[in-house]
Write a protein that binds this ligand. Structure first.
Ligand SMILES: Nc1ncnc2c1ncn2[C@@H]1O[C@H](COP(=O)(O)OP(=O)(O)OP(=O)(O)O)[C@@H](O)[C@H]1O
Length: 261
């Protein structure tokens, strides 16, 4: 197994006017090539901070983090990851294909290569035929698929996804979840996926990382033995429900019901 992300005793404390905020404390985690890893936990437990640290958008204050055996900075410069945000963040004045091509433009790909890669990734996310549309002409689910295509366009092996489907209704979300699994299967990417939803985490993942806040830490890492082939009705099977129950127990154990003022 090849480790893609390796965190050892990783900590990150933000200095604020109200004092220190420990966003991550003593995180130990290995994510291997081809895994689909979900991060689940209540608001403020450090899920986004962990993804941003992998992406070299935040610097750890203690411990060690490597991406493909290198520092996050080297990995970022080598374009080791694509990042999908909670909101699609597409430019409204650019067509969908021009949005998907943006990273390729920035990286200096020629027109031919841009066209070929845009076509390939638009196919992968089932958006062929919508190249010339503007983002506002697409549904929310289609916009999010376009932002996934943009993150995939330069073919990074690691995909970081921060609650990409959180704002979508349940039926669309189900559909995108099963599409994402097929895409993962076809491409062999390593995926780190932040969610608040237990069914979403269990349905998608090979590994589920349960986190808890104050300080943000990992409280459980659950390896899923569900088959790779996952029709949506797998969510009603005893095996699925058993993993969901363990995630729920982990969340309860780390949850404080105190009011935060
Ligand atoms: N730039 C920052 N400066 C100060 N504190 C920050 C900063 N970014 C995050 N935090 C704090 O760090 C903690 C972890 O935040 P983070 O956004 O990683 O949590 P999260 O689990 O992703 O939450 P959510 O589910 O609400 O997105 C929170 O207490 C947050 O307020």
């Amino acid at each position: 197994m090849t480790p893609v992300v390796s965190a050892q005793n990783l900590g990150l404390t933000f200095k604020t006017n109200d004092g220190d905020v420990v966003a991550l404390s003593d995180v130990n985690l290995t994510i291997n090539k081809g895994e689909f890893v979900s991060f689940i936990g209540p608001s403020g437990c450090g899920k986004t901070t962990f993804l941003r640290t992998i992406a070299d958008l935040e610097r750890p204050t203690s411990g060690k983090l490597t991406i493909n055996g290198q520092t996050p900075e080297v990995a970022r410069k080598a374009r080791a990851y694509g990042y999908v945000f909670q909101a699609p963040a597409l430019y409204p004045w650019r067509t969908v294909e021009k949005n998907v091509a943006l990273p390729l433009e920035i990286m200096g790909y020629g027109a031919g290569q841009q066209a070929e890669r845009v076509k390939r990734t638009m196919d992968l996310v089932n958006l062929s035929g919508f190249e010339k549309k503007y983002p506002w002409q697409l549904s929310g689910g289609m916009q999010q698929r376009a932002s996934i295509a943009r993150a995939l366009s330069f073919d990074a092996d690691l995909l970081l996804m921060d609650e990409p489907f959180g704002a979508l209704d349940e039926i669309v979300r189900d559909h995108l979840n099963s599409e994402l699994l097929k895409l993962w299967d076809r491409t062999g990417k390593t995926i780190c996926f932040v969610t608040h939803s237990i069914p979403e985490a269990v349905y998608l993942s090979t590994k589920i990382v349960v986190m808890s806040p104050r300080p943000g830490r990992v409280t459980d890492v659950i390896e899923s033995d569900l088959p790779k082939e996952r029709p949506l009705d797998i969510r009603e099977t005893p095996e699925f429900l058993a993993i969901a129950a363990r995630v729920r127990d982990g969340l309860r154990a780390g949850h404080s019901y105190e009011e935060v003022v």
